[in-house]
Design a protein around this ligand. Sequence first.
Ligand code: PMP
Length: 384
Amino acid sequence: MIKRNPLVMVPGPTPVARGIQDQMGRETISFNDPRFVADFNKLIASLKNLWRCDGIVFVVAGSGTMAMEMGVANITAKGDRVLVCSNGYFGDRYIDICNRKEFELETIQAPWGKSVTVEEIDRKLSEKKFDVLATTHVETSTGVELPLRELTAMLKAKHPDVLLVVDAVAAAAGAEAYMDWGIDILLTCSQKAFGMAPGLGVVWASERAIEKRKSLPPIPESYVDFEKWIPVMKDTMKYWGTPSVNMIWGLAEATRMIEAEGLDARYQRHRHYANAIRESLEAIGFKCGTDPEVASPTVSVFLYPEGAAIDDAKFRDTVYEEGAHIAGCLGDFAGKGFRVGHMGNIDAHTLVSLIAAIERASVRCGHEIKLGAGLAVLQEILVG
Ligand code: PMP
């Protein structure tokens, strides 16, 4: 029997389109070959325009965690008052990153499956002056989307001096965000809603963030220092650390695909698909673990039906055998359900295959459903 690779439906990496893979597979040329320099410059310009950034976009080899470090390192100094708002595992990672720096650090942590609210943040920021607020747009461990639009509006109106850092690793290109809402640092990486392979960090910095970096003494970090990368991002002929030529070509193609779809259309598609997946899995007894008010368009957590006695590891292995790779849960949800990434360059075929694989695995694992019940709901929603 022909065995295909399973669909990659974990919350990153996500399926990588053939055209993107082809770009990564090109014969490598030097980073200062004029042909590559032109491609890299074009990528930087596109990312800046698409996200309405008045400052500078950095594309640097590394994972999302590197982008998180780059985000805070460049706009903070020893003694700064930093507030981190965490909705779960990756928000806690930002707390850990900030704990290693000599900040006056304060945190707000949401109960599992819920979001820190804009009101709570406002209250905290009203207690005393903070320099920086760092938070996560979509929390991958819980599927929670922070109400970013409301947060930026509140900050603009009431705390305009606070610099806002947003970890958009599981959000950018899938969940609405634009720099001109009042975001100072927006960061992501290649393997999530961009639909690229892992390996690149992307950091958008506002003009205000760049000014802040310029006002600081030399920062302790070297590789992620904006001052080192600014000349490169303004003219990719310049050198700081060797750009990962083939990854950048891949990201350029992923960005071209985003441009062709249109960011707003892409955001809408993500919301539509997220809704379709949730409705169809709920129709066969899986409960979305995230507060519906803040359920994200890119990642979902599904809890096993009460009383179904589904063995978590066995269930996910069976879904894998049936052709879709889904992820286990973390924290309070560990062992109680699974996580699905539904972001990037996926389409109706992907969703049909995912739901069908979960249906077959359900029956094989003793969760007695009517085959096709979830698919029927999915098809209705997809047809509109
Ligand atoms: N932040 C969020 C919200 C994430 O989902 C992840 C990765 N799952 C990270 C940060 C860290 O990214 P990476 O694993 O690429 O370092």
